[in-house]
Design a protein around this ligand. Structure first.
Ligand code: TXA
Ligand code: MG
Length: 328
């Protein structure tokens, strides 16, 4: 997969202030030395990302927590023990040394211990924290293969470590420990219920797994084509109404015999499998020659929350009806 020499080379690039894309169990990250403001600036330039968006710092293990966080409440250690290394990010008050570039101007820092063996090897060889957002252009779908990263970032990245396709497929669960109660800012493979269970608390409003509207959370993880989410009851009518448009459908059901749509992609039945293939499939549908992606709505059940969240962000809002005579 990835040789020791390649890991050495990657660590050397990070030491020199360069950018290395690397696999994690969730999605690929675009990494830079988290202690170097000049290196972090390169991340923002490569992604075309606004400066007020905070960046997660990846560390090898919990012993590095105190280096970056000023205040780690006891409840956070429960989650660390239970879910790290793994697809969980925790937000804390930052230590004084943390660059403003990592915090988006706030006084908090997001920390994660990834479990992917290549990420772990890189963190251990480099020996310091690695700042890494997902390795996509700003507002686009997160990459889940090395090939996606190359397509997204081309020469803007010095090295791409190829660790194969990501196992989880959607970004980490984010839990904020800087509020009165821990709150789930972004749902992921680890559910709000699992967080509540580990914290020995009731699932309150704040942990409901509905991401808060936050200027710091990207509003869009979108393909290039318009994407519509349509309920199973309405999908046949909807597709008939778009009969003139080449449409790509993503559905967990087989293609109905009478269906005339251009492309019908059958998605996995189970949430874990659906999440794993989601971004890669949307990328394929994006270049299929169709003009519109229609995704069949998923059940309103906790195990689908994170995927429904990503699809909602990818969806194109309906045009707002303007009153007659109003100017655009
Ligand atoms: O799975 C993941 O989390 C991947 C892999 C590479 O680790 N990373 C990732 O990073 O998704 P990014 O930057 O694409 O998304 C991180 C999200 C952003 O919405 C950011 O606003 C939020 O985490 N975030 C980071 N630090 C934060 C902080 N201090 N306070 C609040 N939100 C924060
Ligand atoms: Mg991202």
């Amino acid at each position: 997969m990835v040789s020791e020499q390649e890991i050495e080379k990657a660590a050397e690039i990070l030491r020199r202030g360069g950018l290395v894309a690397f696999p994690t169990e969730t999605v690929y990250g675009l990494g830079a030395d988290a202690s170097s403001p000049a290196a972090i600036r390169k991340i923002f330039a490569a992604k075309g990302r606004p400066a007020d968006h905070p960046v997660i710092v990846h560390v090898a293990g919990t012993s590095d927590l105190k280096h970056w966080a000023a205040d780690v409440p006891r409840s956070a250690w429960l989650l660390a023990e239970r879910f790290w290394p793994g697809p969980l990010t925790m937000v804390f008050r930052r230590a004084a040394r943390v660059s403003d570039l990592l915090t988006g101007g706030q006084d908090t820092v997001g920390l994660r211990v990834p479990s992917h063996p290549v990420a772990q090897q890189l963190l251990r060889t480099f020996g310091r924290g690695i700042a890494a957002p997902s390795a996509n252009r700003f507002g686009r779908l997160s990459p889940t293969t090395a090939q996606h990263v190359r397509e997204e970032l081309k020469d803007a990245v010095d090295l791409v470590l190829d660790g194969g396709p990501c196992e989880v497929g959607i970004e980490s669960t984010i839990v904020d420990f800087t509020r009165a109660e821990p709150a789930v800012l972004r749902p992921g493979r680890i559910s709000a219920q699992q967080i509540a269970d580990a914290l020995l608390v009731e699932l309150g409003e704040s942990a409901a797994g509905r991401p808060r509207v936050s200027g710091s959370l990207e509003s869009h993880y979108a393909p290039g084509l318009p994407l519509k989410i349509v309920s199973p009851d309405e999908i046949e009518n909807y597709l008939r109404s778009r009969a003139d448009t080449p449409v790509a459908v993503l559905s967990r059901r087989g293609r109905p015999r009478e269906s005339k749509v251009t492309l019908w992609q059958v998605a996995p039945e189970m949430p874990v499998d659906y999440a794993r293939m989601l971004y890669g499939t949307l990328r394929q549908l994006d270049v299929s020659g169709c003009r519109l992606i229609v995704v069949e709505a998923l059940p309103e059940l906790p195990e689908w929350t994170a995927i429904r969240d990503r699809l909602a962000r990818a969806a194109t809002p309906d045009p707002v009806a303007l009153p007659p005579g109003a100017k655009r």
